[in-house]
Write a new protein. Structure first.
Length: 253
């Protein structure tokens, strides 16, 4: 049985280097994805297999999101997600991260049931589609009834501190039936406060720093990642930031 006092840290990563950083820091789980700048997409099979092999005691949970944008998916997209989940399970990952809303913005019970069945015995997290669903309390009841392992949420705000009241309410309503994992600008310097305000024992963050680009050339073409500061190319997992967040979580346990 998990010690109720333990604070578990999950780090969003999009590279094998990020997996290794998380494992060295003692992270409980990684959420493996690509395209974090656009909210995350399903990573390729090669990365999934390499991550599982490199993760050691850190669990690998794979984001299943076929495209950017909203979370209302066509039948073809749901079928693709189901196939991705089956491949993730075969690769030996510990869990998947999913979320489908219907045309009215409610939790899509039929589509999510189909994906949960594909996951079989994997842990399944419902991601931040929750933060834009039509009714958070009806949505939360659906997640409980469907049998999700955990919910990732910022409390429907940009900042985890701004959403802390709702997160705390959901933790209370969960009563141990589902883990409510807090996210949204969460870092070492606010982790203790988030835990105090919400009562959550699960923290999620994508702790990243920009990587300098190559020296400039005489061209107008630029393939730098969206959001990277001038002179930088893309983002990578911040080893110091991850270690600091894990230390903060341990001292808050």
């Amino acid at each position: 049985m998990t010690d109720a006092r333990t604070v578990r840290v999950e780090i969003g990563v999009e590279s094998l280097g990020g997996v290794r950083i998380a494992e060295r820091a003692g992270v409980t789980r990684v959420e493996l994805c690509s395209g974090l700048t656009i909210g995350g997409l399903t990573p390729g099979p090669g990365l999934i297999e390499a991550a599982v092999a490199a993760a050691g005691h850190t669990q690998v949970h794979v984001l299943i999101r076929p495209r950017p944008g909203d979370f209302r998916y066509s039948a073809d997209e749901v079928a693709t997600m189901r196939t991705d989940i089956e491949r993730v399970r075969t690769a030996g990952a510990h869990g998947v991260v999913i979320g489908v809303l219907d045309e009215e913005g409610h939790v899509d019970r039929a589509a999510n049931t189909e994906l949960l069945a594909a996951a079989e015995d994997l842990e399944v997290t419902f991601h931040r589609a929750f933060d834009v669903c039509a009714d958070p309390y009806a949505g939360f009841d659906s997640l409980l009834e469907l049998g999700f392992t955990r919910l990732l949420t910022s409390g429907r705000q940009e900042s985890v501190l701004d959403g802390a009241a709702l997160i705390g309410r959901l933790v209370s309503l969960a009563d141990g039936r589902i883990d409510v994992m807090a996210c949204g600008g969460l870092r070492a310097d606010n982790a203790r406060r988030v835990i105090e305000l919400t009562g959550t024992r699960d923290l999620h963050a994508a702790v990243r720093i920009p990587v300098p680009g190559l020296p400039g050339h005489d061209t107008e073409v630029d393939f730098a990642e969206f959001g990277a500061p001038g002179g930088f190319d893309h983002f990578e997992t911040d080893a110091a930031g991850v270690a600091a967040l894990c230390d903060a979580a341990r001292t808050a346990s």
